[in-house]
Design a binder for this molecule. Structure first.
Ligand SMILES: Cc1cc2nc3c(=O)[nH]c(=O)nc-3n(C[C@H](O)[C@H](O)[C@H](O)COP(=O)(O)OP(=O)(O)OC[C@H]3O[C@@H](n4cnc5c(N)ncnc54)[C@H](O)[C@@H]3O)c2cc1C
Length: 424
């Protein structure tokens, strides 16, 4: 690869230029972080319309806060909802355990907006679907489906778990389905019935139907509001689901099969009705009522992927494109931030190819560690597909102490995986 030495700029343009494929949180952390070290960074997003989060809630960790603040974005009370209590509800809706906790629950949309708003006009392009990448010793070129192309010094594939960029360099290597889906629902705070609001809204709620995991917690509202009355309540319900069931869920009303995911508006009404009936049958009535009141719950399949390589000449993978971890550690967005920071710091302090090699070494170890942690955390769910005699005792029922240990230990877990990756 042609070398861009530290501090040296190519003769024909004054700033080094990054082409970033994918305009979600990974692409935006990369763009903002590269801009902070003096690079020109332009984002190319496949969707023709501005991305929206559909309210999906996310956990936060200190590393997410630190990288966000480093970019000059305040990480204050407007970033999410503070939670100090966890409640466990049984099938009949009785609270059988209550513990103290410290969590800040944000939303994809809140993090996205804070990063997107910092991108200068003309540096974020919608409707740009990457088809191919070409590179030589001096530059890399992105070729888009609309027939246009762009040249740069570095191309970052931040195009998610089904990354086109990854497929170009690691053809045929696809994420593995973990045998479980996450149903998601959200209700605006004002639509939560008053009695349920009083009982649950402020808390992180667990319901533990056999073999499943149901979580609910408050998040910023649809337009990122954190004021009382304008927030939302978010549900994530992990359910073991066979590949055949998943294929059925991903078949629309016209019989078209969409693979392993389906755009939420195409989800068949019968599947939505079934999911609500399942909630009524399996989780505490007050939690089921919130799920049922969302007109459009949707689901996301859970996948694992470890990339054997995340740097290919002038091309680097980042975020879910590089490593797809099950969401139990709640660190996908935090990983995007850490990937972006590591990439920027590595190429700022070394020449480009040495910087990218360092990025691959450090984030390769971190990403692998996070995927392995997600597999351990999710084994209870996926092991439900095994015959009973092959399951470990631990996989027969949830232990509340174990669950609380994981719940409260998440940020320490992320820190441990990060620290270990820095010793590689
Ligand atoms: C159920 C569930 C719960 C989760 N909970 C949490 C949590 O609590 N905390 C947390 O931090 N994370 C959580 N995550 C993970 C988090 O949402 C992801 O890790 C994060 O969104 C990854 O961001 P990304 O930018 O790498 O990829 P994505 O968000 O997938 O974005 C990829 C982007 O690339 C675009 N794109 C794709 N192909 C092309 C192409 N060819 N050309 C141009 N653009 C393209 C796509 O349109 C998309 O906008 C959860 C995930 C799931 C499924």
């Amino acid at each position: 690869m042609g070398r861009i030495l530290k501090g040296e700029k190519p003769a024909d343009h004054p700033m080094s230029k990054a082409l970033i494929i994918g305009g979600s949180v990974g692409g935006l952390f990369a763009a903002n972080m590269l801009r902070s070290i003096g690079w020109e960074a332009t984002v190319f997003e496949r969707n023709a319309e501005e991305l929206t989060g559909r309210g999906a809630g996310i956990s936060t960790h200190p590393q997410l806060r630190d990288v966000t603040r480093r970019l000059g974005i305040p990480f204050d009370d407007s970033m999410g909802i503070h939670i100090d209590t966890v409640v466990f509800l049984d099938h009949d809706g009785r609270c059988y355990d209550r513990r103290a906790t410290v969590r800040l629950m944000s939303s994809w949309g809140r993090v996205f907006r804070s990063l997107r708003d910092r991108m200068p006009a003309g540096s974020y392009h919608l409707g740009k679907s990457l088809l191919r990448v070409e590179q030589d010793a001096g530059s890399v070129t992105a070729i888009f489906a609309d027939g246009t192309h762009e040249h740069g010094d570095l191309l970052i594939g931040a195009d998610g778990g089904r990354s086109t960029v990854r497929e170009l360099f690691l053809p045929g290597q696809q994420p593995d389905y973990a045998g479980c889906v996450a149903w998601r629902a959200m209700l605006d705070e004002r639509d939560v019935p008053p009695a349920i609001h009083e009982e649950l809204f402020a808390h992180f709620t667990y319901c533990l139907p056999p073999g499943e995991l149901f979580l609910a917690y408050p998040v910023p509202g649809r337009n990122n509001e954190t004021q009382v009355g304008q927030r939302a309540y978010n549900i994530v319900w992990y359910r073991p689901t066979t590949p055949a069931q998943l294929a059925d869920f991903c078949t629309d009303a016209n019989g078209k099969q969409h693979g392993t995911s389906i755009p939420p508006p195409l989800l068949r009404p019968a599947i939505i009705a079934w999911s609500k009936a399942q909630a009524r049958a399996l989780v505490a009535p007050q939690a089921a009522e919130i799920f049922e009141r969302d007109p459009r719950p949707f689901f996301q399949g859970i996948f694992d992927f470890i990339s054997p390589q995340i740097v290919f000449g002038r091309v680097a993978l980042l975020g879910d494109a590089a490593f797809l971890a099950r969401p139990h550690p709640g660190a996908g967005t935090t990983k995007c931030a850490i990937d972006a920071e590591c990439l920027a710091d590595s190429i700022a302090s070394l020449d480009l190819d040495a910087g990218l090699a360092k990025y691959q070494r450090l984030q390769g170890a971190f990403g692998t560690g996070l995927v392995r942690q997600g597999q351990r955390d999710g084994s209870y769910l996926t092991d439900q597909h095994k015959p009973r005699e092959q399951r470990r005792n631990k996989d027969m029922s949830w232990d509340v102490d174990d669950l609380m240990g994981d719940h409260d230990g998440r940020s320490m877990q992320v820190k441990r995986i990060l620290d270990e990756s820095r010793r590689v």
